[in-house]
Design a protein around this ligand. Sequence first.
Ligand code: NDP
Ligand code: 8X3
Length: 253
Amino acid sequence: MQNQPIILISGATAGIGKATAELFAKNGWQVIALGRRHERLLQLQVHLEMEYGTKVLPVTVDVRNKEAITEQINQLPDAWKPVRVLVNNAGLAAGRDYFAEADIEDWETMISTNINGLLYLTRAVLPFMPQNGTGHIVNLGSIAGKEVYAQGSVYCATKFAVDALSRGMRIDLLKQRIKVTAINPGLVETEFSVVRFKGDEQKAKAVYEGFEPLTASDVADTIYYAVTRPLHVNINEITLTPLAQAGAHYLYK
Ligand code: NDP
Ligand code: 8X3
């Protein structure tokens, strides 16, 4: 266990986080899998340990809860503390509404998860991250953090914030020799739209109809690429879209 690197992935119960956990486990990494849905974390643990013979540590916590995040990370067993790679992936869009009609609670949920959650988790993990060039923070931004679209202003604002934070962390963590990468996907078919449309499966499905969207595995591959470059190379950011998409406003169906 000692020689196998450790990756901590937030939002490992579904979509991009789950696919990333699978890919790194397959390649011999130990995985700390974090999310709120305990049962799913346990299922993932059993699956990855049986399939790849690696160790998985489930951490059931809400990234919006500053005290719980700090406590859970500080209480990690010593062998699990030196997290080499942190993937700040937990996040969501809630609602797709015009500014004047949007639910203020949805705004608060997005801001507290996508921004505060990322900040709390990063600060909690940082003290344990190696400072020899192997420490790496990967933040899930979005094409929505590069371009604003209608009925998405607050989700876009949170992802613009992730973009700014990734740049700022990269500067401030130079002296600790910690790499920072932002991964900015376009349309990826996961549970993202089911969550955004509050369980309306039909509305969610319609988002990905008429073209081939990215898969969670496509994004996991990109994260794996960024993390496995030579020690002296930092991938600052990667924006990836389906072939049918060119930015937030152009989708060819
Ligand atoms: P999913 O809905 O499939 O997965 C989201 C994950 O985030 C789940 O594991 C969920 O776990 C976790 N999560 C959400 N809220 C919290 C919370 N408060 N505390 C802990 N974990 C939480 O979506 P994706 O995989 O698509 O999204 C992953 C990231 O990628 C997000 O940051 C999203 O904004 C970003 N992204 C997605 C794109 C897409 O088109 N799908 C495109 C660009 C970026 P649980 O509910 O168990 O806590
Ligand atoms: C998720 C992709 O286009 O729905 O960040 O905003 S999009």
